[in-house]
Design a protein around this ligand. Sequence first.
Ligand code: SF4
Length: 460
Amino acid sequence: MLLRHTTSEVKERKALTVNPAKTCQPVGAMYAALGVHGCLPHSHGSQGCCSYHRSALTRHYKEPVMAATSSFTEGSSVFGGQANLLQAIDNIFTIYDPDIIAVHSTCLSETIGDDLGQIVKKALDDGKIPEGKFVVQASTPSYVGSHVTGYANMLEAFVKYFSYNTNEKIRQVNMLSGWVEPSDMRELKRIAGLMKIKTVLLPDTSDVVDTPMDGTYKMYPKGGTTREEIVSMGNSMKTVAMGEWATQKAAIMLDNKCKVPFSMTDVPIGLRATDRFIQALSTAGKVSIPECISEERGKLVDVITDMHQYLYGKRVALWGDPDTILPLIEFLVDMDMKPVYVVSGTPGKKFSKLAMDILEEKVPEAKVRNGASADMFLMHQWIKEEPVDLLIGNTYGKYIARDEGIPFVRSGFPIIDRIGHSYFPTVGYMGGIRLLESILGAIMDKIDATAPEESFELVM
Ligand code: SF4
């Protein structure tokens, strides 16, 4: 009973978050920066922040995540971190030789008022940025938003800094990806390839945080969106942006700066969100949907139909990021499951409305909360009030799963006690089958473990 102090009585809290369902902005900025080839993320703040952000990503991806820090001391906290950042830029290009340094701020540097844009300009004026090298910066104060906000801010910074419209349209579609796994990014590219559409995916962490062991350490692995590709995004026909919270800012920036129109769609998780993504890609690329994609869809529909009897009416509690939770709720509702409790630590006024729009017809009793008051403690209290059949969310749900004896499917960020997320996608139709297989596996394991002997079934 690790959570023995959780009571079922919910009291409204205004100034207290217990076990938040989010992490801090720079973690997202760091992850987005890793998705650009030859880029070294840099944390403008204290060493402790950078260590935490790196370890959060390293634990999730089981790969060494590299990042530099301005290493603030008491002096920099009082007098500002300009001298540290200028020195850091000099050192990093001399010692580690990245193509790009992606600087993000932290709570401390934001609170003391460091102006990253001004410092980077000074570095340029002082000749600390070598020819052909670049420093991009994003403001990521962690006392607002979440890791998703930091991801969105860094994506916006990349297109703001690099993308350029030369008035020579190219037959290319930009794909801005919400926060998904490297396996998902690889799957998005596979789908675009099946549709024969030339795309640029930003960011692209495949072959960066899921690299093979070949005996040689590579500080800058072969993956990641190249700078040239980001530049070319300014000449693309259209942008397909997946996930409003993570990608809308970058999509708007591309539209405003380079006149590349965008269509906003969900991260393609589940049947209908994938339908919308495929449709958006087909419209943007001006191609028809190939038969092989329709066949993949048919396979997902087949599995849903075959397994419906085990899914029908199952009550689910889920937590995570808005861009992935919303299509996931829709997928569960489509399979006649009941997502009764939904929590996201990422703020955003639209979230509850969008979630209830999906839920109101089939699960009107659902409880949805996001922002600072939406935490894992509240989620546990709701579950104690009335239990659920399944949990879906990041690793932090394992305490509730253990205490309440509820089947648990790991999804989202971070997953630090299992592997698989880096290698097996959950986006697209084939990803939907993978997700469904995980959900079914968890439900069937519980049935097998608790069924009386006379009804213990060998065959599903
Ligand atoms: S919340 Fe702020 S102080 Fe804490 S690790 Fe994140 S950036 Fe650093």
